[in-house]
Structures are given as structure tokens and as C-alpha cells.
Design a protein around this ligand. Structure first.
Ligand code: ADP
Ligand code: MG
Length: 436
């Protein structure tokens, strides 16, 4: 990561100014940005006019001293009203295209393990900012956190299309922050985040060991919280158990409602298998659903994987889905997905089938003969591995998570409307399962 020198020097000046004037520092200094900095003069920006006047009259001498200490030179310091480029920068609206079409409240099976998390998500989506704020959901991987977060977003943008809802994975938050630093546009970054009426951040455990990102996140959190905006977070463990997260962030996370999702009970698992089968248009009998629910216990993503394998086997061989087939799929020589399949296995199968090169998939080319295999890769990687959208995008030319999600939705829809695409996916899945 290449951070511009000026930002480093300014960070140093800011640190010294905070030490010189801790009282004003607490209130004002964290939201200052560099507007202009050339050897002899430093222009510091703040987003509010009254504050600028206050800073100019009260804190100029502190900053002049701090700048001298930090650089060894005499530097003229002034404060100015900062505006994001081109006036107020529009925050990107969350569109439904980015959300997984199946991750709605309707498709979420409620049971004792997730009832509280589900209820609090419903409450928050009906009255954002005024029930539980922040809402913090935690639980092991594959238990439905992302599903619930998407459902809240979906509900919110349907109910209040004018509200600015932002959904970010923690990785994306970090990446956008780093990009803003590199491009010297922290003001724009901050303005965008702070324009949110609802900010949803998935998998905050990834904030660990990223001090600068934690710092920025802390300020975003405060700004939104103070403005009464809804914040929703998810993580793989409770706030207090997130390793190397700053104390002050942990305490913020505990301000609202913290709720846990547990592994689902047998009955809930049966209901989930049935729901997933129904969503895919697969007909399975009760005894098969019970069988899968008995065999696969820890993780709902694996339940779905078992279903995918069964479906793939039946589609590829033109066979009816019987208990026997389910047994072979789950127990037999065919491995359960996720344990062994890597993105490389998927890429190999796809490049072979479509006769394209990996370099093409990773390139910027957008002709259909490359786009289609690329999107199929993304779809299969999403359904057969545990990689995050970011990771999948990373393997396919550094594409961002929205691109991957869009691809998955597109292929999903294509599979539903065109049986040829459906059987191609089943065939590829089977090949990856058996050869992988
Ligand atoms: P997490 O984010 O907790 O790792 P996800 O939200 O990605 O888990 O869920 C993994 C899969 O399991 C998703 O396909 C999701 O739809 C499904 N799932 C999880 N819980 C439920 C539920 N209660 N009802 C229906 N599907 C669920
Ligand atoms: Mg998740």
C-alpha cells in the first residue's frame, strides 16, 4: 500500500496537535482532512462552517506548533470549509441487483436457534434507527448472518427507496478506505459513508489488526450513531471475543442489541432443506429431507451443498431423486462439496469445457464467449466453495464483490429460465465433484 507522504506527515502533525491540546482534540481533530499541503503552508479542512471559525481562532497556534515539531519547519496553518469534490458527493445507492435474490425474510426459516436474530432484523427493518442500534449479529459461519443482513437491506430499500442503504463487507470497507487514501480523497470517502441512513457491515471480525481501518470505522460509527442512523453488524463471535479489536469499538458494538445465531435443530434443518429444494424447483420427499438433515448438522451451507450434489447427480444421470441416490450423494464415493473443492478445480473444469484460457477469464474482455464462462466460474465458486465474494473476484481478475454477486444472480436466473444452462451447471458440478 502506498500512502501519500503528505498523509503521513499530516498524521504526525495531528498526533502532536492531539498531545498539545487533548481537550479540543477529542471533539474536533478526528474529522480534519488535508486540503492542501505544500512545503510552507498547510490548509486543513472541516465540514462545518462554525467549527471552521472555532478551529481557526482556537487551534491555529496548536497546529502551527505541531507542524513545526513534526517537520522542523515553520509552516503557515489555516482552516477552511471542506467540501467533497463536485459539491455533495452522491452516495451509491444499494440496488437490489447487489442483493442475493434468495436472501429474503420470506425464504428464511425461523427456529429456536435464530428466532431472536430474525425478530430483531424484522424490527430494525420496520423502524431503522429507532429500535436496536447498533444491531450486532454473531454466529459461526454458514448459519445465516449474511442472509439476514441482505433481507434487512432488501426490506428497507423496498419500504423506503429514498433512504440511502449501504451494504459493505468488512473487506470492502477496508479496500475502499485504502483506495481513498491512495487517491487522496478521504473527504469523499467519509462523506459517502456518512450519507448512509443505514449502514450494514458484514463480517466485522476482519477489522482485526487493521488499526487505521478500525480508527476510520470508529469515526464513521460515531457520526452515524449520533445522527440516529441505523447500524447493523455481523461477526463470527461476540464483540468481546473478537481478537485484537480495540476496546472502544467493542464497547460501541455492545451499545445496542447483541444477538447470537446457534446451529439449527433437526426440525429446523428439515424445514431449511425443504425450503431450499422448493426454491430450486426440486421435488424431494420427507424421508430424503430428514435423511439430509440428520447427516449434515453443523452448517447450513453444507446442507445446501448436499442438496446441490443430489440435484447434480440426478440431473446428470436423468435419474429420479430417491433416498438411495441421496445416500450415494451424501455418503458415497462422491465427496461432499466444500471440503475439497478449490476455485482452481472450478476454473479448470470451466476453462476446459468452454475452451478458454484462465488469462482470458482474468482479463477485462467483455465479449460473451469470455463473459459467460467467467460468470459460470463465479457462480460455481459461490455455490461449491466457502470463499467470499471478494476472494472469488480476486481469483478472476480482481473483480469486486458486486460484480461477482451480479454474475451469480445472472447465472442463477439463466439456469431457471433455460434448462440447457441448468443441465450444464449440473454437469460441471458433477465433474468438479468427481474429479476435484
Ligand atoms: P453466514 O453469513 O452466517 O456465514 P449465510 O447467510 O451465508 O451464512 O448462510 C449460508 C447459507 O445458508 C445461505 O444460502 C442461506 O440462505 C442459508 N441459510 C442460513 N440460515 C437459513 C435459514 N434459517 N433459512 C433458510 N436458509 C438459511
Ligand atoms: Mg456471511
Amino acid at each position: 500500500m502506498k500512502v501519500r507522504d503528505n498523509d503521513n506527515v499530516f498524521a504526525e502533525i495531528l498526533g502532536r496537535a492531539k498531545a498539545l491540546d487533548p481537550v479540543n482534540a477529542r471533539k474536533w481533530f478526528d474529522d480534519l482532512v488535508v486540503l492542501d499541503f505544500d512545503g510552507g503552508s498547510l490548509k486543513i479542512g472541516y465540514g462545518d462552517e462554525t467549527a471552521v471559525n472555532f478551529l481557526r481562532s482556537t487551534c491555529r497556534s496548536t497546529f502551527t506548533r505541531a507542524a513545526q515539531q513534526a517537520t522542523g519547519h515553520l509552516i503557515t496553518v489555516d482552516f477552511e470549509l471542506s467540501r467533497p469534490k463536485n459539491g455533495r458527493e452522491e452516495a451509491p445507492r444499494l440496488s437490489q441487483a447487489v442483493l442475493h435474490p434468495d436472501y429474503t425474510f420470506e425464504n428464511f426459516v425461523v427456529g429456536p436457534s435464530n428466532r431472536l436474530a430474525h425478530a430483531s432484523c424484522i424490527a430494525v427493518s420496520q423502524a431503522p434507527g429507532s429500535t436496536y442500534n447498533p444491531l450486532f449479529i454473531y454466529g459461526n459461519s454458514g448459519l445465516g448472518k449474511t442472509h439476514l443482513l441482505h433481507a434487512v437491506c432488501y426490506e428497507t430499500i423496498t419500504r423506503a427507496p429514498a433512504a440511502v442503504t449501504q451494504f459493505l463487507s468488512c473487506e470492502e470497507f477496508t479496500n475502499r478506505f485504502i483506495r481513498a487514501i491512495q487517491e487522496g480523497d478521504l473527504v469523499g470517502f467519509k462523506a459517502q459513508l456518512r450519507a448512509a441512513d443505514m449502514l450494514v457491515i458484514d463480517d466485522v471480525q476482519f477489522l482485526r489488526e487493521r488499526e487505521q481501518t478500525q480508527e476510520e470505522f470508529f469515526h464513521t460509527f460515531n457520526a452515524l450513531y449520533n445522527a440516529g442512523k441505523q447500524i447493523i453488524l455481523s461477526a463470527d463471535s461476540a464483540p468481546g471475543n473478537l481478537p485484537s479489536l480495540e476496546e472502544r469499538l467493542i464497547s460501541r458494538f455492545n451499545w445496542g442489541l447483541v444477538t447470537r445465531i446457534d446451529p439449527p435443530s433437526y426440525e429446523t434443518r428439515i424445514a431449511i432443506v425443504q425450503k431450499k429444494a422448493q426454491l430450486r424447483g426440486i421435488d424431494i420427499s420427507d424421508d430424503i429431507a430428514q435423511y439430509i438433515a440428520r447427516k449434515v448438522q453443523a452448517n447450513i451451507r453444507e446442507l445446501e451443498g448436499a442438496l446441490t450434489t443430489i440435484y447434480a447427480m440426478s440431473a446428470a444421470g436423468g435419474r429420479e431423486i430417491t433416498l438411495e441416490l441421496a445416500r450415494t450423494a451424501v455418503e458415497g464415493q462422491i465427496k461432499l462439496p466444500f471440503r475439497h473443492i478449490s476455485i482452481t478445480d472450478i476454473i479448470e473444469a470451466v476453462t476446459k469445457h468452454f475452451d478458454v484460457r484462465l488469462a482470458d477469464l482474468q482479463s477485462k474482455k467483455r465479449n460473451q464467449s469470455i463473459m459467460m464462462p467467467r460468470q459460470v466460474c463465479m457462480y460455481l465458486a459461490r455455490s461449491l466453495t466457502r470463499h467470499s465474494l471478494e476472494e472469488i473476484g480476486g481469483h478472476l481478475g480482481g473483480r469486486d464483490h458486486t460484480t461477482v454477486l451480479h454474475a451469480c444472480n445472472k447465472i442463477n436466473q439463466a439456469a431457471q429460465s433455460d434448462p440447457k444452462v441448468g443441465s450444464l451447471l449440473a454437469e460441471l458440478t458433477k465433474r468438479i465433484n468427481t474429479e476435484g
